[in-house]
Design a binder for this molecule. Sequence first.
Ligand SMILES: Nc1ncnc2c1ncn2[C@@H]1O[C@H](COP(=O)(O)OP(=O)(O)OP(=O)(O)O)[C@@H](O)[C@H]1O
Ligand SMILES: [Mg+2]
Length: 324
Amino acid sequence: MITVTSLSKYYGRQAAVDDISFEVPKGQILGLLGPNGAGKSTTMRMLTGYLAPTSGSISVAGHDVLTESLAVRRAIGYLPENNPLYDDMNVLDHLQFVVRMREIPAAQVRERLRSVIDVCGLREVLEKSAGQISKGYRQRLGLAQAIIHDPPVLILDEPTSGLDPNQIGEIRQLIKTLGSEKTLILSTHILPEVQSTCDRILIMNRGKLVADGSPDELAARAGSEEIVRVLFKGQPAAGLEKLQAIPAVARVEELAVDEPGVTGMLVIGREGEAGDLRELVYEVVRDEGWPLLELYRQRLSLEDVFKQLTLGENVDEDDVRRVA
Ligand SMILES: Nc1ncnc2c1ncn2[C@@H]1O[C@H](COP(=O)(O)OP(=O)(O)OP(=O)(O)O)[C@@H](O)[C@H]1O
Ligand SMILES: [Mg+2]
């Protein structure tokens, strides 16, 4: 549905987007992730035809963004970063304005309006001006404007930014519903967001793609180490020795525990050693007769992957200069 080939965007000598390529098949929900200034919004603006690339090409629904810009814009619904609205205009007028801009045939207008008002839950605020409604409703209105012409492709730039946890839940649910029938790209800094809504994640850093995969694949890439955390009543020295003796264990580290008489251990498995360390650790604890207080497997999270891939080099030079 979307093909991006060797896409770059330079602002002066600075590459905001630096030679990225990817494809998005029909029906996929793709999360674009990255620290501030990574190039997410710039990429989305180019995808939607609002910004011309410095080099490279983009095709959306079979149309080239540069040469068939109008066809591409018809195929896309776009929620821009910061969701610009006219504060004096009421919600219904916003929708009717977009209806005219999108040239929706007169016979379909009522049905399309009814549909987006229901899907986005806007009925109770139709008469309010955009300046009076809450941030959550502003996002819903932005989404309604993006989907009113029923486009096959949706591009949402930080759809949940600035929302409270309840509103985030609602918008996420809405995105999931929309994603069941559309090809969707959304950008975010919020990791649980991509984990819960996206089929696939692209991580950008400094204009480049640094990772591409499903949430599980990316989490797995962070490390294949198996780590089990165990707390029991007993002497640390004995624990260390017995746990260290398990063949599948690479090393054991003692944890600082605040409870008297309680010992905590991190048991780290050998790289590539398949199998469940939890059971082996439990057997030792049981055989030694140590009262077991806690035992769980730690997994490296998507957050760890994100940090590994983007930390230490995401300083925006412009920001540094501004502060200096
Ligand atoms: N109009 C512009 N003129 C000059 N530089 C720009 C312009 N727009 C963006 N940039 C620069 O391009 C880089 C990428 O910006 P972009 O807005 O695409 O990042 P982002 O990933 O969307 O960040 P955020 O998470 O903060 O929204 C940044 O270094 C930014 O300063
Ligand atoms: Mg952005």
